[in-house]
Ligand binder design. Sequence first.
Ligand code: ATP
Ligand code: FE
Length: 368
Amino acid sequence: KLILGIETSCDDTAAAVVDESGKVWGEAIHSQTEVHLKTGGIVPPVAQQLHRENIQRIVKEALSTSKISPSELSAIATTVKPGLALSLGVGLSFSLRLVDQLKIPFIPIHHMEAHALTIRLLNKVEFPFLVLLISGGHCLLALVRGVSDFLLLGKSLDIAPGDMLDKVARRLSLIKHPECSTMSGGKAIEHLAKQGNKLHFDIKPPMQRAKNCDFSFTGLQHVTDRIITQKEKEEGIQKGQILSSAAHIAAAVQHTTACHIAKRTHRAILYCKQRDLLPQSNAVLVASGGVASNFYIRKALEIVTNATQCTLLCPPPRLCTDNGIMIAWNGIERLRAGVGILYNTEGIRYEPKCPLGVDISEEVGEAA
Ligand code: ATP
Ligand code: FE
């Protein structure tokens, strides 16, 4: 069985064809990153326009690289939640036209569930496992008990780490840095941090005393902002120029981000083990989302998993960021489990806001 997956929830137009064994037959992606970097963030109508201009070509390319004809598809799976309304709408209406033409079922996909299950395309990971999703728009820790059975253990109370790193990178004008001009904010920070000393600036991790698994990143952003402003004064440079201490700042903010994420994850592992929600040994922690492609953060997570007899698994970077493969794979998972397959698409809507699973984050805090 072959499924076509379509993703347009944010700023990537992506499509892929995947089969039941997890084999990727073909894929295509159009990234809008460069356009949005220039405007300093995503402008939804611009994203919508770019999705409209590219979706047909991307889907065609995914199908032609798979060397299959559309009539061989068993179903189409498309991200319908959560995400930018204008972006989600493009993928959904395109998909609905296609399922109508081909007379095949439609499988609506939750973007975060797709991120969480991607690992099962590559590794034999059994339920339950813990997942940490850290990207530009999301930050959460969840227990995955089944294809559509998630317990939300913790989430960011403000912004996501990728958003924070993007803001810091913008504040540091890294787009003007000759080595980082084409990188996302987070990637630019990782790149520059290698040239800096993380101990040069002391940035304390947030929420040190909170006994839950929630996250917070705005404080970190503001502290870093103040350091940058002070350094700009000291170095006598204008806003928009690159500080000589930019690499040290990148290293410090990356370090504190990694510490914070690792500590909250440690709490989640202990909570799940205490309640037998995860096996005592060889439990699996999956880290995914754009920020999980950061190797420094992965190292911090490895320390945590080694200390708790867990195994850390991360999809390769190209599967950590938004892609069509994870959407098609989620379709396969749903097809196999027999959940959420629509033969009639009447009344189907996209949902810009949609939490992942059952939220027990307050319980987690009270239990500690
Ligand atoms: P969503 O949150 O809906 O999944 P997204 O566009 O943020 O959407 P991704 O493509 O998974 O999803 O992640 C992009 C984010 O990841 C950006 O904020 C980017 O800065 C960050 N990022 C990418 N590479 C790295 C890296 N090496 N280190 C840290 N952050 C990174
Ligand atoms: Fe994503």
